[in-house]
Design a protein around this ligand. Sequence first.
Ligand SMILES: *Cc1c(COP(=O)(O)O)cnc(C)c1O
Length: 352
Amino acid sequence: MNINDLVRRNIRDLKPYSSARDEFSGEATVFLDANENPSPSPFNRYPDPLQKKLKERIAELKGIAPEKIFLGNGSDEAIDLIIRAFCEPGAESILITEPTYGMYAVCADVNHVGVKRVSLTKDFQPDVDAVLSESRESVQVIFLCSPNNPTGNLLDRNAILRITQAFDGLVVVDEAYIDFATTESLTRSLNDNPNLVVLQTLSKAWGLAGLRLGMCFASTSIVNILNKIKYPYNISSLTQDHVLEALKHEQRKEAWVREILEERSTLTTALKGLPMVRHIYPSDANFVLVRVDNAPLVYRKLMEQGTIVRDRSKVTLCDNCLRITVGTPEENSILIRQRRELSTELTSTPTS
Ligand SMILES: *Cc1c(COP(=O)(O)O)cnc(C)c1O
């Protein structure tokens, strides 16, 4: 597949903005090229537009060449840029498998790009034939989320690869929660699949949501297209420096993940004991999807007590479901206590 045939023509022909720091490479001591303020301040200089140091470190950590890495202001930036680069507004579409992360459809809507929706199966897996037949016309990009938000489960790897191999557009696999899962990342399959794009983020397991750093792994031609259309200085120097430092502490991230997984199982056991809980879906992520008797009511009651969970009951296949993030042991026991009180309250007051 030739990526240049897939990209929108205006993007393919675009002459990108060339920043001062793009045009200079090498060592210099006097910087009079970017109209910066020369007074000493920690932030008076523009950041590296292509985040070279950071990419080298991420390349080492992930075992992926730096030129196959695009960094965005959160993975949300990568989602938006992929849609903008590959889908012609008013004509072309993306395909999503529902229920899933809401940003794919929102970014498509903002860009006036169509959204085709295919429901996941009852066990929240992609229906490969339905996805492929729905994507025959106008679909340029298929978004798959694994582990999926809000259901929490990994999508079947073979199903993802079958879709990727049969589809002649891009397949984006969003692995925001991969650090909590026991399987390998699909980045291992990038070399065999030139149309595969894998997204990861530092917002979840790494605990850096406030810094906004999303990682996109893909073929060099895809990465080059995203670099061409991004804002020149999309990652602040504060973020670049702080992330470089944080990435030195991989064991700390791994310890957090272990704690969260332990806490997830404690939380699951405690939830199972509550009468209002109908079903707890198995999770490969840092949250659980829970089916209860009356989700909007439980949601409201918890909120009155200061605890917010996510009400997903309006979402495809998620009737009466709440999505609950695994918090600290203290937060989780507050949640369980409130739920227990609520169960008692609901069973003792007759409903009309
Ligand atoms: C949280 C989340 C993201 C957002 O990641 P950022 O890097 O913070 O933008 C992306 N995808 C999914 C599925 C998420 O749940």
